[in-house]
Design a protein around this ligand. Sequence first.
Ligand code: SAH
Length: 254
Amino acid sequence: MGFCFYFCLRWWRTWTTPFVERRRRLVEELVSLGFVRSSKVVRALLRVPRHLFVPPHLVDVAYDDRPLPIGHGQTISAPSVVARMTELLNPDVGHRVLEVGTGSGYQAAVIAEIVAPSDAPRESWGHVWSVERVPELAEQARRNLDAAGYGDRVTVVVGDGSRGLPEAAPFDRIIVTAAAPRVPEPLLEQLAPGGRLVAPVGSRYSQVLVVVDKLDDGRIVQRSDIEVLFVPLVGEYGFPGEEVGEEDYYPRSI
Ligand code: SAH
C-alpha cells in the first residue's frame, strides 16, 4: 500500500506538475495578450488538462499556443482561439450549450467546466451537447472527456451539426467550431431568447468570429470579432463537398 502510494506520488510529481505548470504559463500568456479577461474562463482554462485531448505523440506540445492535428484531417484549435471564443460566448453556470464540431472534445470540456463547475453542487449544473460528423472522432472525444472527468457533463452526438440538435433545443449558448459560409438558420431557431451564438463565418480560407445575440423579443443583433482560420463546416448548412480541411490558425488581430 505504502509502496504503491510512493510510486503513485512519484509518477504524479514527475508527470503532473510540469503539465500544471505549463498550463499556468500558457494561461498567463493568453491573459497578458488580451485573449481572455473573465475569471470564469481563466479558471476553466487552468482546470481542463489539454494534454488529455491531443494525440499521445503530441502531448509534449499540448501547452503551446497552436492548433494540433487530431486525425481525419481535423484539428484541435489553438488555445488562444478556444480562450477567445469562450470569452465571447460568455457561458454561465446552469446553461444548456450546443457545440457544433466536437473534434477532440477540448472546447466542450472548457465550456462544461463553466456551466457545470467541478466544485459546484450537481443540481446547479448545466450541460453541453456537442455534435461531430466523423464517428471515429466522436468516439475518441468521448474517451478524452471521460479521462478528463467531463463524461457526465458533455453528451457527444454523431451527426450533421449544421442542422443543430432539435431534440435538446432550445440552447442558452451555441458555439460553432468549424468555418461556416453563413450562420446556419436552424441554429438561430434553436437559440433561446436572451441567448448567444458564436461562429467563425466567411470563406473556406478566412473567417471572422461572429457574435449573434437573440434578444428577449426575438430580434437578432450581430457583431464581428477577430479574424480566424478554421476547418470547414460541411453538411446541409455548411460548405458543399469538402471532406478534409485546413488547420485552424492563429488569429491575426484582436
Ligand atoms: N472544437 C474542437 C475543434 C473542432 S475542429 C476541439 O476543441 O477540438 C472542427 C470539427 O468540426 C471537426 O472535427 C469536423 O469533423 C467537425 N465538423 C465539420 N462539419 C461538421 C458538421 N456539419 N457537423 C458536425 N461536425 C462537423
